[in-house]
Design a protein around this ligand. Sequence first.
Ligand code: PLP
Length: 400
Amino acid sequence: MNIIYVDNNATTRVDPAVMEAMMPFYTVKYGNPSSMHAFGGNVAEDIRHAREQLAALINASPQEIIFTSCGTESDSTAIWATISSLPDKKHIITSRVEHPAVKNLYEHLAKKGYKITTVPVDRQGRLDLDYFHDHLTDDTALISIMWANNETGVIFPMDVISTAARERGIVLHTDAVQAIGKIPVDVQKNPVDLLSLSGHKIHAPKGVGALYVRKGTKFTPFLIGGHQENGRRGGTENVAAIVGLGKAAMLASENLGDTQAAVARLRDRLEQGLLSRVQNAMVNGDTDSRLPNTTSISFEYIEGESILLMMNEFGICASSGSACTSGSLEPSHVLRAMGIPYTAAHGSIRFSLSHYNTEEEMDFIIEHMPPIIDRLRQLSPFWRQGKPVETMLTGAECPI
Ligand code: PLP
């Protein structure tokens, strides 16, 4: 069966050019960059080159990049490094829609006595900036707010957030795992202090990430061990993956303009096609400030998990905004924070595209989704005779 992969916020296909750049480091250039002999030592040059390529993508200097194993490690490192460097400050401000890589760590820190303020979002997933400004205090150790949301694609105003952080002298961390490679991210224009990113979201392999640490930012290593990464992260470097991340970063900066605009056109074609063919469907999130590749669509009165299973029969791979794997069948914390009604949040599907997608694939999805939604609604207790049950039970249409 042909696979139609529209789950690129979960992970991406490794670019063939990235794969090619990595291969020698498994076969002929397998030395340890810390070795004294030239066979190993020369590999350090390749890491240096990858560091330059990655730094260029975000307009940083290479010395400000630390390679890690994933976005989660970058997030944890940024957060632990900051609070260990500022032991007297016990307040952290974050948002209600962070990825679990950040959210669950703050829940853990709350149990350890930290005061965690979570800034709400509105129905469009936009950050409540008044609330944000009002809750910055002299005790705030860290502002930690994602650049773009993984479920809805909504982009947060990093210019406003970084200005506030600068004015108050508060350390600013951003989880830019979803923003990188999709929109311009420039750490000079938007002066964040710490920025997390992950290789497998930008067509590099899984198991590599990076943390940007602005020069002068107080930093305590999270992984303490060898002297690698200038003493800031112990552990033998994942050389092949680091080289792959460097190459992917270079390709991502080449692809930012026209390629991302083309991805946005595909996304819009899909979105409009589905909204015009399926009743009681709506887009979640601010469509004016959104990643070019992402759309979260709620198909009301049915279950996202069932939709995914039926899409799977056609080889269409996407994600849902409910988490029935947890056994709770609760919609995601992101959609709940936005105040999306349960009947809509439960039936939400995230489509996340890449430049590997085609118009034909979008048309295939547009053709196959409406019958899937129809079939599931026929089984739904909330849907009767082509309408939601609640409509039938209110006003003039009430059958009783
Ligand atoms: N932050 C965001 C916004 C993400 O979307 C993800 C992964 O989905 C992560 C962090 C974690 O990244 P990794 O899978 O590399 O640990």
